[in-house]
Design a protein around this ligand. Sequence first.
Ligand code: 3EB
Length: 336
Amino acid sequence: MRGMTILPAHTVETSTPAASASLAPLHVEYVRAATADLLAQANTLAVIGFGDTAQTSDDPRWLRVRLDADGAAPLEVWRAAGPVTRGRDGDVAWASNGDYAFVALEVDEATHGGIADAARHAYSTLAQWLRRSATAHFLRIWNYLDAINDGEGDAERYRLFCAGRAVGMDSAFVDYPAATAIGVRDGRRVLQVYALAARVPGHAVENPRQLNAWRYPRQYGPSAPGFARAMRAPSSSPQLYISGTAAIVGHTSHHPEDLAAQLNETLANLDSLLGAAGSTSSLGAMSPLKVYVRHASDVQIVRELLCARLGDEVPLLLLQGDVCRRELLLEIEGVH
Ligand code: 3EB
């Protein structure tokens, strides 16, 4: 978003949880259950399925992400305190309990002349929806697009996506939210964007080991990616939404082609991020992590290495997905 007037208010955030914190925390977990049973619960804000799960629903709270897991994936469920209302406004599927909202939409690239304009359209549509809602503040956004690394140089699809996203972000984005952008490989040129928003703004957190992504130098593309390394929720107990985190130190990818070294660097980045967020606990049973692994053949070894480093308590969801820089073999996100 270089050259634009909207800049995040925060740089490196090191303070303890803010006094404005006020919402009951959202509950995020991976479960093995029937979609219909989860959706039957009045406080269910979203249910996300992965890969070619047989489960499906017309409910706006249901979303399928087109990434395969190692074996049958659990469902990701978001639960709010108190009853959730839901609906569709045009292409936007939404659900809200008044404090938090889940919003999702899919944009066909062909109807927008490509990935850049599809991203612009997705972001301006979501921003417009949020502005009219009780939950105007983005906390966390996920972006899934086909063939993310196709195209050379500034014509790479990820860079085009970043350019369109930068245009589509408007005043709804006072701070950049935490985010994920991952490539799917099913040949469907449909951009999928979904988000968590809140009635009260969160606090963006940056990572002292990493350059703020929105300050990445020109070599990574004409539009720097607009996201924060993490977002502290405005919740009554501390909750951190961690962006996709990879083996980037400063702005440079480290250990190209070395899976184990990238994993260690990524874990060092996560440690540093938790420190910057003022977190007093390490990753554990209450820290569901999602791990994107570029090569299906690496998934099992990544699971083993992670269990060895983090213990068996941390809920892990491993997905085969393409990270936005070709040399990066894995990326980890999560809630803590
Ligand atoms: C990185 O640190 C790795 O463009 O929204 C991670 C999380 C990454 C979010 C995004 C990109 C995005 O730059 C890539």
